[in-house]
Design a binder for this molecule. Structure first.
Ligand SMILES: Nc1ncnc2c1ncn2[C@@H]1O[C@H](COP(=O)(O)OP(=O)(O)OP(=O)(O)O)[C@@H](O)[C@H]1O
Ligand SMILES: Nc1ccn([C@H]2C[C@H](O)[C@@H](COP(=O)(O)O)O2)c(=O)n1
Ligand SMILES: [Mg+2]
Length: 240
């Protein structure tokens, strides 16, 4: 297992008291594009914990919680559940997991989801994986899935596609505009898709290794500080 991917972009840069925030990768793509399937492989190879927002919401329905009925009816309509509910579930799951590297699958589904997660957790994703797949292929996959999901019927599937185009793609475009998206051609066999996914995680591991640029920069800053302190102590500090 190649576990690294210590891409903590959210570490507070205030010296020794820096508090490390979890590393979060958002996994996006249309319904049936293969997010859950690929996440299982990423977990196996890179030591992430996987949370599917849809699974957490289905768990909430099954638990008989007071939000259950509302969530169920929204899901059956292919609608997006209010962010307050979903973010709370994700936050609780992350806190209880004991890990600090998370794949968050099927979230954020709209701009409200995105903003609420950032506001509540203070976490921005290290990057976003986007599984790009034609609608006909996604439809075929969902109709063959046989997992007993209430929303895997043709009427709800079409509604989910519409919501994906209207609300979720703009979120992908937002992350693209800030250079955070790794787009994967998901219309290939599972193993081929995972080869591309693996390349993304491996290249990110390479970038944060001790001799990578990120590490070099912080090492240089530490060295400069050490020199300054040494000059000050010896009373020969003039030009600093
Ligand atoms: N690359 C692939 N080629 C063919 N079938 C696939 C591929 N990836 C996943 N599948 C199958 O397609 C179905 C949907 O995959 P999966 O559940 O991973 O999608 P998803 O993006 O998580 O969907 P949803 O958004 O509805 O949760 C599953 O039955 C899965 O086995
Ligand atoms: N952020 C989210 C994620 C999911 N949902 C609801 C609406 C989706 O149609 C449904 C199933 O999600 P999936 O398992 O396909 O990722 O769950 C939501 O409201 N908000
Ligand atoms: Mg899924």
């Amino acid at each position: 297992m190649e576990t690294d991917v210590g891409v903590s972009t959210s570490e507070e840069a205030n010296g020794s008291a820096a508090k490390k925030k979890p590393t979060v990768v958002f996994v996006l793509g249309g319904p049936g594009s293969g997010k859950g399937t690929q996440c299982a492989y990423i977990v196996e190879h890179f030591g992430f914990t996987h949370f599917s927002a849809g699974d957490l919401l289905r768990g909430e329905i099954d638990s008989g919680s007071e939000n259950g009925l509302m969530i169920k009816s929204m899901m059956n309509e292919g609608k997006i559940v209010p962010s307050e509910v979903t973010v709370k579930l994700l936050q609780k799951a992350m806190e209880e997991s004991g890990n600090e590297k998370f794949l968050i699958d099927g979230f954020p589904r709209n701009d409200e989801n995105r903003a609420a997660f950032a506001a509540v957790t203070g976490i921005e994703p290290a990057f976003v994986l986007f599984f790009d797949c034609p609608e006909e292929e996604m439809e075929r996959r969902i109709l063959n899935r046989n997992q007993g999901r209430d929303d895997d019927n043709i009427e709800t599937i079409r509604k989910r596609f519409k919501v994906f185009l209207q609300s979720s793609l703009p979120v992908v475009q937002y992350y693209e505009s800030i250079g955070k998206v790794h787009k994967i051609d998901a219309a290939r066999p599972v193993e081929e898709v995972f080869e591309s996914v693996k390349a993304v995680f491996t290249s990110i591991n390479e970038k944060v290794k001790p001799h990578g640029r990120v590490q070099q920069k912080s090492t240089l800053l530490k060295l400069q500080l050490k020199w300054k302190m040494s000059f000050l102590r010896n009373g020969v500090c003039k030009g600093y």
